[in-house]
Design a protein around this ligand. Structure first.
Ligand code: TYD
Length: 205
């Protein structure tokens, strides 16, 4: 019998590329399901039409202005909120989300767009998360994990950008945020995340 919750719970994982958030999101999902909770996983950018479009365009350097990029991420998110997040939360599920609007604040903010403006335009439609886990790694360590086929110059440029992105991520404050050291042992990071998630899982009364 699945365990029922009084209301849905939205847990977001954030961090720069290579911070380990996707691995942690998947292991959190497994842990939740193993314990009998109804849990679903989503990610942004999504695999929907806007998400695919933004990924395709973003892969080509400078094919979009920062404002156009922002617009596409927000469109993708609108769809994700309406089609995926709201229905799952209304059904009382635990939603594990790999990136949300904090990524837009950090990544598009690091391209010079006002972070307050990005936050406001998202918060008019985006459901508020119950918990935001920010995995912190420095840009070089993150890049080393995702290096792939980038050239030396691309890597330098990217590192410079990710340093600014990471700085914005570090600055998020509030009761819903937890900042963890992403370089730590993977299982220890997993346990630290669980310690913050478990108290949110109140049974239906
Ligand atoms: P990512 O989660 O890394 O996708 P994948 O694991 O499939 O590569 O996201 C792709 C990139 O998009 C990543 O570098 C972060 C960036 N991004 C933004 O710039 N703004 C956003 O709002 C989001 C959600 C992602």
């Amino acid at each position: 019998m699945p365990r029922k919750l009084k209301k849905g719970v939205l847990v977001v994982l954030e961090g720069i590329d290579g911070s380990g958030k996707t691995t942690q999101a998947r292991s959190l999902l497994r842990r939740l399901r193993y314990r009998g909770y109804r849990a679903v996983f989503f990610r942004e950018p999504t695999r929907g039409p806007w998400g695919r479009e933004v990924k395709r365009l973003a892969a080509r350097a400078d094919s979009l202005t920062p404002d156009e990029e922002l617009e596409l991420f927000v469109r993708d998110r609108r769809e994700n909120v309406a089609k995926n997040l709201v229905p799952a939360l209304e059904a009382g599920k635990v939603v594990v989300l790999d990136r949300y609007y904090f990524s837009t604040i950090a990544y598009q903010g690091a391209k010079g767009i006002d972070t307050g403006k990005i936050r406001r335009m998202n918060e008019v439609f985006a459901v508020r998360p119950d918990l935001v886990v920010v995995l912190d790694v420095d840009a070089r360590a993150g890049l080393a994990r995702v290096r792939g086929r980038k050239t030396r110059d691309e890597l330098f440029e990217r590192e410079d950008y990710l340093v600014r992105v990471a700085r914005i991520f570090r600055g998020f404050k509030g009761p819903e945020f937890v900042h963890l050291d992403g370089r730590g042992d993977r299982r220890a990071v997993g346990r630290a995340i669980w310690a913050r998630v478990a108290p949110l899982l109140l049974p239906r009364t």
